[in-house]
Design a protein around this ligand. Structure first.
Ligand code: BG6
Length: 456
């Protein structure tokens, strides 16, 4: 680990910063795991004190440590708000002067801004000699399309060097996403049946009750496919489906994940209605900064197949949506039933809001009957305080991993590029079919929308 670290957040007054980054930084501060400063860059004319006051309620709501007067005061002392116009070269010199006066080194730049700013900020940082040895973290979506993403990638690695660029996918920091490999590979009863012979189909769900909140401007340009499917859900899919790792290295993990994504079968343009459902919640077009005629999807479900011997013919049904009836992030493995012996076994890896593992299996009905009935084992990890306090929120884990230069916790350019390529093909198939966007009532149950994907 390097000495005292300086995180600079470009886009420090956005939703991501208040909802995720600042509470995660507060947790790190409260746990005493790292010595650091946070420089928050925003366009608004705030003082550090104003910023702290704004951040307070978000931290109280989202941090896992209790906020008290003492830890809040000491936390605010490591925050430095700086007003900047990201297009103005002079402002970057001002930033450098601030770093120097306050003896801030070991820089990690967090680009929590629209991708169109990635290039602008890095060019300015280069011109004030601020990129040497620095790390840069980029949020998704990485670019507006494949060509844009390639351009950005070249630009970032040219300025910062390949090893210093980190691509955040905060799902990789989630406790139960990290647990998928352990559950799968460390238990022979699952490891030995993880294939088409025993698995009927797999569901990966990321259902939310929240709408687009204040992010209409961003969301209306990306939609559910690029906001959730192409990154978080593809990460999970590739971990669930990849081949066992020959070596426990970050590189091997990425290569195996990449193999899954390159083996995804293109959706057949003649079969789009059986493979894809897109929806938009009623009232979305009235949200702030959303086009009143918007055709952006806030719900997407896609049935995918992986073209390799392990998974040939096994559907992976991936769905995500906003303003649904519940928040539920999970992976569900539906095993094939044994003919004549009860119902199918089901394994659920619960990611959020509860963390845990649920397994449904068959037993003989207790007593004189030999009938087969279903029972279950339900391990709730987040119900046990001892695990809860030791389970760092995803961003907290990733921010620490950055300071430790741990690439295993981050996505990878090859995965991003392959996801873009697949999404382009998927979107062409959708456009070719002029598929209808289903308007769904707020609070809908997802099964109301996705029926067509489950019928063979
Ligand atoms: C973000 C998406 O990456 O993930 C949001 O941009 C989504 O639209 C969020 O709400 C969900 O993350 P979490 O951690 O709340 O499940």
């Amino acid at each position: 680990m390097m000495g005292k670290v300086t995180y600079t957040i470009f886009g420090g007054t956005g939703d991501l910063s208040f909802r995720k980054l600042i509470p995660a930084f507060f947790n790190i501060h409260a746990s005493g795991e790292l010595d650091f400063n946070i420089v928050v860059i925003g366009r608004r004319d705030y003082t550090t004190n104003d910023y702290c006051q704004l951040a307070y309620e978000w931290v109280v709501k989202h941090a896992r440590y209790k906020v008290d007067e003492v830890n809040w005061q000491t936390f605010c002392q490591i925050i430095h708000y700086i007003q900047m116009d990201l297009d103005n070269a002079m402002d970057y010199q001002k930033l450098m002067d601030y770093y120097q006066v306050n003896n801030m080194n070991n820089h990690i730049y967090y680009f929590a801004v629209a991708p169109s700013y990635f290039g602008i900020i890095s060019n300015h940082l280069v011109s004030v000699n601020a990129t040497n040895q620095a790390k840069v973290v980029v949020e998704k979506p990485f670019g507006n399309d494949l060509e844009d993403a390639k351009r950005l990638y070249q630009q970032l690695i040219y300025h910062f060097g390949e090893d210093n660029v980190y691509y955040i996918d905060h799902y990789l920091g989630k406790e139960m996403v990290r647990n998928i490999m352990t559950i799968r590979f460390a238990n022979p009863m699952f490891a030995s049946v993880w294939n088409r012979e025993y698995i009927d189909y797999v569901e990966i769900n990321a259902l939310e009750t929240l709408g687009v909140e204040t992010r209409g401007n961003y969301y209306d340009h990306v939609g559910a496919l690029n906001d959730m499917v192409a990154n978080h859900l593809f990460q999970i899919l590739s971990i669930v489906a990849m081949e066992p790792l020959a070596q426990l290295t970050s590189e091997q993990l990425k290569v195996n994940q990449l193999n899954v994504l390159t083996q995804l079968k293109p959706v057949d343009t003649n079969d789009v209605n059986q493979s894809i459902v897109l929806g938009q919640y009623d009232g979305y077009r009235n949200e702030m900064h959303v086009n009143t005629n918007s055709l952006t999807e806030t719900y997407a479900a896609v049935k995918l197949y992986i073209d390799n011997p392990r998974w040939m013919g096994v559907p992976f049904i991936i769905q995500t949506g906003k303003k649904l009836d519940r928040k539920q992030m999970e992976v569900i493995i539906h095993f094939k039933p044994v003919p004549g012996y009860g119902k199918a076994n089901i394994l659920v890896i619960k990611i959020a809001p509860n963390e845990g593992v649920y397994y449904q299996f068959n037993i003989k009905q207790p007593g004189n009957s030999d009938a087969i009935i279903q029972t279950s084992m339900d391990f709730c990890q987040s119900c046990q305080d001892v695990f809860r306090i030791n389970t760092p929120a995803a961003y907290e884990r990733l921010l620490l991993a950055l300071a430790n230069s741990d690439h295993a916790m981050f996505s990878d350019w090859r995965l991003i590029e392959t996801s873009w390529i697949y999404m382009n093909q998927l979107k062409q198939a959708i456009a070719h079919n002029a598929q209808n966007l289903r308007i769904y009532p707020q609070g809908s149950n997802a099964s109301f929308l996705n029926q067509s994907l489950f019928s063979e």
